[in-house]
Design a protein around this ligand. Structure first.
Ligand SMILES: Nc1ncnc2c1ncn2[C@@H]1O[C@H](COP(=O)(O)OP(=O)(O)OP(=O)(O)O)[C@@H](O)[C@H]1O
Ligand SMILES: [Mg+2]
Length: 260
């Protein structure tokens, strides 16, 4: 079973939404556990999950399906959304605000009480199987005003906000994921808290839980702490040498200047 450390009522909320076939929207910064949570819930509910990483060229056909040409002529191939609809699975659209606007045409009738998917190309009108659930996530930090979701889309979803976990939960996550000892987990979480408090460097995003786990892995393989922090945590945050040096000062404050 996939490990997931809950931070609040998210498991109960998702379960309740699933019971009623309601779609779910998860917002939160990078590396805070959105994808992990969806995978965990899919396992818990025993449903297959079809994940789509959305991008600005993603069209409705990428979700629904298309005609392909094979040795015996053309045939229809279901897209991930259609497969989830037929099988009663979870369709998970990651970074949904990136998707082209024409995708809302197929998502809207699926995300309300109709629960149906019109497949224009084949003339089919599919009724979603009972287990079907639409889940979308996005990172509000990257979102430009222009790309915001329309109220008519937003209001179809049960919505929850994720954030980085509290220090004790984050330590538990880092230990469980990386297998590191309690001391290192506590130092890394302390370092992340210090980095997240720095307001004067305009980083696009704060240090995520993901970076702490990567750093712990590097240490586990024998990298000295300072080098592990630089490569696992600091360099991924910024390309600006001055900023990297300033952030490294915080690392030295936690782990000392010299290599161990
Ligand atoms: N609550 C949690 N329980 C277990 N692991 C977690 C949790 N939060 C974060 N993690 C760990 O952090 C890593 C990153 O989490 P995840 O991939 O779910 O982030 P995300 O929110 O989907 O980020 P992105 O927006 O960049 O896709 C996971 O691989 C996992 O190791
Ligand atoms: Mg993700």
């Amino acid at each position: 079973m996939t490990f997931y450390q809950p931070a609040g009522n998210e498991i109960a909320l998702f379960t309740a939404a699933a019971e009623h076939g309601l779609p779910v929207l998860i917002k939160g910064p990078t590396g805070c556990g959105k994808t992990r949570f969806v995978r965990y819930m899919a396992e818990k509910l025993g449903r297959p999950v079809y994940t789509v990483a959305c991008h600005d060229d993603l069209t409705a056909s990428d979700l629904v399906g298309r005609h392909l040409i094979g040795p015996e002529g053309t045939y229809w191939q279901d897209g991930p959304l259609t497969r989830a609809v037929r099988e009663g699975g979870i369709c998970y659209l990651d970074e949904v605000v990136e998707a082209r606007k024409d995708t809302t045409v197929v998502l809207h009738p699926l995300a309300d009480d109709r629960r149906e998917l019109p497949i224009e190309r084949t003339g089919e009108l599919l009724q979603a199987a009972p287990g079907f659930m639409l889940v979308v996530s996005y990172n509000p930090g990257y979102q430009s005003l222009l790309k915001g979701m329309k109220p008519s889309t937003r209001q179809r979803f049960v919505s929850m906000s994720f954030d980085y976990p509290t220090p004790d939960l984050e330590q538990a996550i880092v230990r469980e994921e990386s297998g590191c000892d309690a001391d290192l987990a506590s130092q890394l979480v302390g370092l992340a808290s210090a980095l997240r408090k720095l307001k004067d460097h305009d980083l696009e995003e704060a240090a995520s839980t993901r970076l702490l786990i990567h750093t712990a892995y590097l240490v586990a393989s024998g990298m000295p702490h300072i080098e592990a922090c630089r490569a696992g945590m600091i360099e991924p945050l910024s390309d600006d040498a001055v900023t990297v040096n300033a952030l490294m000062e915080v690392v030295y404050a936690v782990f000392g200047q010299s290599e161990d």
